[in-house]
Design a protein around this ligand. Structure first.
Ligand code: GTP
Ligand code: SPV
Ligand code: MN
Length: 595
């Protein structure tokens, strides 16, 4: 959509459709944020936490039925079915519009409709983009204030004629003679529809996370990936981090891991290696483009973290613990007697007198967890002690390394370097991971999740693979591509690799491979380290070898499964990726273990 006349028409159309009692155009001010908090406290949505322990923090419990992204009812409504591809749910845009009109009709009755103008990306960056989210949820307003550049500046850009992505969100529970206000209004029926051609998003029935904060997955990944396809850039489910060596040289990496597979933890980690340090630009989404100098640049479109709470501790992620000391919204964690928060993994021993995420008294013998496994914190990025000032750079940061990862208890080595760009793209396309609680469904099942974008690619994933291949051009300095897996388990089911801050040892190897200062073993599946820096780390040779063990039969089976999987893309699956896979299969089969 373009220009302010469209904005006013858009607002009027939604008022006519949804029939709210009031309209509030958000300024993004701190007073307005306070007002949203007060409304949530008044409605029982939120509790204010202990001011001495968590300054200006809110505690929120959702309805137990509304705790994660709903992939089954997420739709890409492109004109042609083929443009959504085999990995997305597709609906005809005209049919979907009818459905939307019926769902949203009077859906905001009895509520205030908030108009949220926001920018994804640093204001003034040529890469940044504007959005409008219309919502009937004060929880969404408060979260969007933390997660995006929200308010007056965004509005004035749009009023000056900037295009914007239009999003409409309703919790789907009008207040009338049937419904009274409840702490967490939502609807049993949920629907998240994207119109990539007209750049619109409609979300109904859920108030939670990626379902409701439309700037995040809906805009910055699904719609933006389609814009990126058209305009030659990439919108990715990736963290952005800086790694600085003892000589003071900084390189920037991006890393794509599926939901709840370690992006936030890696992005914010503290290094255990003397002289090495890590800085954070973003923890979830990267928008990337090749600059005139032939280098790949990345910006973080977001302005906050919507991070997984369980597992976060002073030990594992001290920077995250610092972030969430103030100005943070906690959703579906446990509540302590003195109005502080707790979750599994925060401390070894849970405090007495906890209330669980459903509000019930909880005891540590209980089979259920005190915090929901997908409980989260929303916190401003600038509160991260390792926030890198380059995060505000209008051009973005130059990327030297791209990392793909997943949660795999077997097979996939701790780290591996691709032979070349095409092989790197194949590594991305081949990603699979054990399912986590971030989406509704069975946890633990291994599923294919190419580029960690399975739930987030707004167009045909076959075209998406080709779009990645097309990035390689003469005159461009292609980043090296790596794969990592922190989650390999031993026969007892324990993680072999300590992970978290020790991951810096892997980052060091990656850094030095890019610098060409460290050698590697060439194997049929890629380059593996000859050795990792183990100074100060207590891990046996045997364990380390397990992390790099190539199970040939296992890999052959894995590749056979990949052939089947890639078939779903038909002619859209790029031939060069197939050829690359054939070579790897052949070399494994013939035991060509090279060097
Ligand atoms: P989304 O926000 O859903 O996209 O997730 P994410 O990729 O940012 O995942 P996050 O860093 O929040 O980690 C999710 C879970 O994985 C947490 O419970 C972490 O404790 C755990 N985790 C993260 N890094 C490691 C690691 O290196 N080793 C192990 N064993 N667990 C890890
Ligand atoms: C994810 O699931 O990858 C998230 C959380 O980052 S949500 O914003 O809910 O999608
Ligand atoms: Mn994510």
């Amino acid at each position: 959509m373009r220009a302010s006349t469209h904005l006013h028409q858009f607002i009027k159309d939604i008022v006519d459709l949804c029939c709210p009692d009031n309209v509030h155009v958000c300024s993004g001010s701190d007073d307005e944020y306070d007002q949203m908090c007060k409304i949530m406290e008044h409605n029982g949505t939120a509790i204010r936490l202990n001011q001495l322990k968590r300054q200006n923090c809110l505690y929120v419990r959702t309805d137990p039925s509304d705790v994660a992204r709903v992939e089954e009812v997420t739709y890409i409504c492109s004109q042609n079915k083929d443009d959504a591809g085999p990995t997305n749910n597709w609906r005809d845009p005209i049919e979907m519009r009818e459905k939307i009109l019926s769902l949203f009709s009077r859906s905001m009755h009895g509520r205030t409709m908030y108009v949220i103008p926001y920018v994804m990306g640093p204001i003034g960056s040529p890469m940044s983009k504007c959005g409008i989210e219309i919502t009937d949820s004060p929880y969404v307003v408060a979260n969007m204030k933390i997660m995006s550049r929200m308010g007056r500046e965004a509005l004035s850009l749009i009023e000056k004629g900037e295009e914007f992505v239009a999003g409409v969100h309703s919790v789907g529970m009008p207040i009338n003679n049937v419904n009274e206000e409840v702490p967490w209004p939502c609807n049993k029926e949920k629907l998240i529809a994207h119109f990539p051609e007209s750049r619109q998003i409609w979300s109904f029935g859920s108030g939670y996370g990626g379902n409701a904060l439309l700037g995040k997955k809906c805009f910055a990944l699904r719609i933006a990936s389609a814009i990126g396809r058209d305009d030659g850039w990439l919108a990715e489910h990736m963290l952005i981090m800086g790694v600085t060596n003892p000589n003071g040289v900084t390189k920037y990496f991006v890393a794509a891991f599926p939901s709840a597979c370690g992006k936030t933890n890696l992005a914010m980690m503290l290094s255990t290696l003397p002289g090495w340090s890590i800085s954070c630009i973003g923890d979830d989404i990267a928008w990337m483009y090749f600059g005139d100098d032939g280098r790949l640049y990345a910006i973080n479109p977001e302005n906050g973290f919507f991070g997984v709470a369980p597992g976060t501790s002073v030990e594992n992620n001290p920077n995250a613990m610092k972030c969430i000391e103030k100005n943070t919204i906690f959703t579906n964690v446990a509540l302590t007697e003195d109005f502080d928060v707790w979750w599994e993994g925060m401390t070894k021993v849970p405090p007495q007198g906890l209330r669980d995420w459903k509000g019930n008294a909880w005891d540590s013998n209980s089979k259920s967890t005190a915090a929901h496994p997908n409980s989260r914190f929303t916190t401003p990025i600038r509160q991260c002690p390792s926030f890198d000032k380059m995060g505000d750079d209008l051009r973005g940061v130059p990327i030297d390394g791209i990392i793909f990862g997943g949660r795999r208890s077997t097979l996939i080595p701790l780290v591996l370097e691709s032979f070349d760009w095409v092989h790197g793209v194949l590594l991305g396309a081949s990603q699979s991971s054990e399912k986590t609680a971030a989406a509704v469904g069975v946890v633990g099942e291994v599923r294919h999740d190419p580029f960690a974008m399975l739930p987030f690619c707004g167009y045909n994933m076959g075209d998406y693979f080709q779009h990645w291949l097309d990035q390689e051009k003469d005159g461009r300095k292609m980043p090296k591509i790596f794969s990592v897996n922190w989650f390999r388990k031993d026969d007892n089911g324990s993680f072999i690799w300590p992970g978290f801050k020790e991951n810096v040892r892997v980052l060091k190897w990656i850094f030095e491979r890019i610098d060409e200062t460290v050698s590697a073993n060439k194997t049929p599946i890629g380059y593996l380290p000859k050795e990792l820096d183990r100074v100060g780390l207590n891990i046996s040779d045997d364990k380390l070898n397990q992390l790099f063990d190539i199970d040939i039969d296992g890999f052959l089976k894995n590749i056979e499964d990949l052939y089947n999987y890639f078939n779903i893309f038909g002619d859209k699956f790029p031939k060069v990726l197939h050829q690359k896979l054939n070579i790897i299969y052949f070399n494994l089969k013939n035991n060509n273990l090279f060097s």
